[in-house]
Write a protein that binds this ligand. Structure first.
Ligand code: SF4
Ligand code: SF4
Ligand code: SF4
Length: 332
């Protein structure tokens, strides 16, 4: 991925100088080498500050909600698009926003990145006891340079969780693609093994499992804020009249919050894994999202329910629906 950094800088500079983009959303260096942060480039002279490397994992899609507002509110003139760097998972998030009519396609210029996987610095630290500074994802392993030396690590042990189940490493939508298309995710396909494991528990054990997870929740809403499928203008969880969710963090309210979140994105979740990545206490939110994905796959015959389509699985009317109430409603 690092090999495309120069191209990203050049593309940003060209787009901004020629007026083809009014803003370029990418990454820049964070406080640590392995933790780049989002960067909003408005001055083409600063394109050299953009970075692209194997640690650029945070999804950028949700930022366009605040930025893609055209025509200009004051002049009424159409504005140039917002340019954004997008790996496969980020592009799914952009598709979600477009499918939900939150961002028009022509307000975006998407610099697609064919992705081989992103390294999780926390995992490297856990495995090696050392802070990573650079990494290269190879076919069957990851070569990581740390502050003290080099390591050859298994992909499963150091890539971000979302990369281990990635099915769309190449963006499905883009204006320009950097790198050759990558056909398979870095560690094979999603197999729902985590969901199957939880499903095999008894109802009491399942309750205990989720109660243990949810009682750690800080209700910081990072999972919601980063989620491209959570894109309502006003979130009902923020409303005070009526107050759908109290400020209390007792267990019933925690269950209420988490089920509300999971049901809200059911059939619309793009499996970008951002909610789980952003969670400061490591709640395995993807298990809930994947449970819905698995059920939609099995019950509705949707082979890839995370890919936005014109008609979402839970929005289809089908006369052969196994639930009898549809026919009853028709004949009533
Ligand atoms: S989920 Fe896929 S596209 Fe996203 S960073 Fe991981 S490998 Fe790349
Ligand atoms: S619920 Fe999580 S995985 Fe699904 S779209 Fe939202 S952030 Fe991505
Ligand atoms: S990000 Fe984690 S801690 Fe914060 S509200 Fe979501 S689940 Fe709770």
């Amino acid at each position: 991925m690092r090999e495309h950094q120069t191209q990203v800088r050049k593309t940003a500079e060209d787009l901004m100088k020629t007026g083809k983009a009014r803003l370029f959303i990418g990454y820049t260096e964070g406080l640590e080498a392995a933790r780049p942060v989002a960067f909003f480039l408005k001055d083409p002279e600063r394109a050299g500050a953009l970075v692209l490397n194997e640690f650029c994992g945070a999804g950028l899609a949700k930022y366009v909600l605040d930025e893609a507002v055209s025509p200009d509110a004051l002049s009424g003139e159409p504005l140039p698009p917002v340019a954004i760097v997008a790996k496969g998972c980020d592009a799914l998030g952009l598709e979600r926003l477009m499918a939900d009519n939150r961002v028009p396609r022509d307000e975006l210029y998407i610099i697609g990145i064919a992705c081989h996987g992103i390294v999780d610095p926390g995992k490297v630290l856990e495995v090696t006891g050392e802070e990573p500074v650079s990494a290269q994802v190879e076919k069957d392993h990851v070569a990581v340079m740390t502050t003290r030396g080099s390591h050859r690590l298994a992909k499963a042990g150091c890539l971000m969780d979302k990369c281990l189940t990635c099915e769309d490493p190449t963006p499905r939508v883009y204006d320009v693609l950097l790198g050759d298309p990558v056909q398979e995710g870095p560690a094979g396909k999603r197999d729902f093994s985590g969901v199957t494991q939880v499903e095999s528990l008894s109802p009491d054990e399942r309750y205990e499992f989720w109660a243990r997870q949810f009682q750690r929740c800080l209700r910081c809403f990072a999972c919601r804020n980063v989620c491209p499928a959570c894109n309502c203008s006003v979130c009902s969880l923020d409303e005070r009249e009526p107050e759908w969710l109290s400020r209390s963090t007792d267990l019933p309210e925690q269950f209420m919050f988490h089920f509300t979140r999971a049901y809200h994105v059911a059939g619309r979740c793009v499996a970008c894994g951002e909610c789980q990545r952003a969670c400061p206490v490591g709640i395995p939110l993807m298990l809930l999202n994947e449970k819905f994905m698995k059920d939609i796959r099995d019950l509705f015959g949707e082979p890839a329910p995370h890919r936005p389509s014109e008609v979402e699985p839970l929005g289809k009317f089908c006369p052969d629906d196994p639930e009898g109430w549809l026919k009853e409603a028709e004949t009533a």
